[in-house]
Design a protein around this ligand. Structure first.
Ligand code: NIG
Ligand code: FE
Length: 413
């Protein structure tokens, strides 16, 4: 692989700092360098600093001129539902007419309608759709995503989705971190028998998923009329036996202790948290759980209730923001839109939003030593933005094509 010297970067946002997720005032420390340069060899960062410091070590490296523009680490999107068939523009139209997301779900639409289409699709068809969406992520400056299963809900259909996630990571420049979300919804054929379905998840799906090494994490949608605390505890207990990390969809529409359970069970993240109570925030802080906030899903379902990001930051939580890309509640791949919502609706600062979208997200995926900041030894995943100031990332919204994107030191956009 070739050696690259990237010069004329202003500013270079390195996010260099302690080797752990950032909290409190650290969220604002972007470790900026004006007129920066970066040396990359064999897909890894070798040197970062001022041009005067870095250039003497460049040897025969290929020169890339960033044109006096902003460079940041590639975005790390820590919560996506990448693999699904079709879309739900029809339900979107109904929501515009006033029918709620939960009403549509209660009528058999929502997640279940995507499950029907995803089951009917072949692995190759799902791969084609996911590859298309992978290009959207890359063009927006995202170089790593977490990706969940959860639209199959049979053993074979869940495995099919997880294999697509693996193929995307192997055959496109977008890195994927796979999460098994068999407990996303009770499928139609188990209607009224959620406990039986949970048994299928635990006794048949989890062993297959882990024996084929198809997931690093296990997730569950713990919510009224979906899965309760007892079912979540059973799924998480089994997942831990299989050495999977835990992530939980918690406190999205109702608050009944899901995030407290996640904290008690040592989850890596709690995601959504729109309805989280102060006692939940304290429990997450004590257990070191990272909150993954998903303002795109609040915006797109037309809710006004955003998660309490400021209270979480004040409590010392290592906050993460993510797209929740999915065909229902959050059809966006744009981390810049998410940063914009984090700033305008959750009152995070642009610097906090950028930290939450990169280095903190990387730690939530156990990748903090590899990606999320631009420091020697890390993977050369970085973005040249069409901007001269990091605050432009959330300020200009809706127009979010990166100028150049590099993954493992290779230009992919
Ligand atoms: O994170 N809340 C559950 N799962 C997704 C939505 C999935 C869908 O609507 O298809 C979410 O919002
Ligand atoms: Fe989700």
């Amino acid at each position: 692989m070739s050696k690259l010297l990237i010069v004329n970067i202003s500013p270079l946002v390195t996010l260099a700092g302690p080797a752990r997720p950032r909290i409190g005032p650290e969220l604002c420390d972007l470790a900026l360098i004006q007129d920066g340069a970066m040396l990359v060899d064999d897909g890894r960062i070798v040197a970062v600093g001022s041009r005067a410091d870095v250039e003497p070590h460049a040897g025969d490296a290929e020169l890339i001129d960033a044109g006096g523009r902003l460079v940041t680490p590639g975005f790390v999107d820590a919560h996506t539902h990448l693999v699904f068939a079709g879309n739900r523009a029809d339900e979107f139209e109904k929501r515009c007419a006033g029918i709620t997301y939960q009403e549509i779900s209660a009528q058999g639409g929502g997640i279940r309608s995507t499950v029907r289409k995803t089951r009917a699709a072949t692995e190759d068809q799902l791969f084609a759709a996911a590859s298309h969406h992978a290009q959207w992520f890359l063009h927006g400056g995202t170089t790593t995503i977490e990706a969940k299963s959860g639209y199959g809900l049979t053993v074979e259909d869940e495995l099919k989705i997880l294999r697509v996630i693996r193929r995307i990571g192997q055959s496109t420049p977008l890195h994927t971190v796979p999460t098994f979300l068999g407990a996303h919804e009770t499928p139609e054929e188990y209607h009224g028998r959620a406990d039986d379905y949970v048994r299928l998840v635990i006794e048949e799906m989890l062993p297959r998923v882990t024996s084929e090494n198809l997931a690093e994490f296990c997730d569950i949608f713990c919510e009224a009329r979906v899965f309760n605390l007892d079912q979540a505890r059973r799924v998480f207990t089994a997942a831990k036996r299989h050495n999977l990390g835990l992530r939980m969809h918690a406190d999205q529409f109702t608050s009944f202790g899901a995030s407290v359970l996640a904290a008690e069970m040592g989850a890596k993240t709690c995601d959504h948290l729109e309805q989280a109570q102060p006692s939940s925030i304290a429990a997450l802080q004590q257990a070191g759980v990272q909150p993954v906030l998903l303002p795109g899903s609040v915006y797109a379902i037309g809710s006004q209730k955003y998660p309490a990001a400021r209270a979480m930051i004040d409590a010392g939580l290592a906050i993460v923001i993510a797209t929740d890309f999915n065909p229902g509640s959050s059809p966006t791949t744009s981390m810049r839109i998410i940063m914009s919502l984090a700033c305008t609706q959750m009152k995070m600062t642009p610097a906090e939003a950028l930290t939450a979208a990169t280095v903190n997200a990387a730690y939530s995926l156990n990748r903090g030593g590899e990606i999320g900041s631009l420091e020697p030894g890390k993977t050369a995943d970085f973005v040249v933005h069409d901007a001269e100031d990091y605050r432009e990332l959330p300020y200009f919204f809706g127009d979010h094509q990166a100028a150049m994107v590099f993954a493992k030191g290779v230009r992919v956009v």
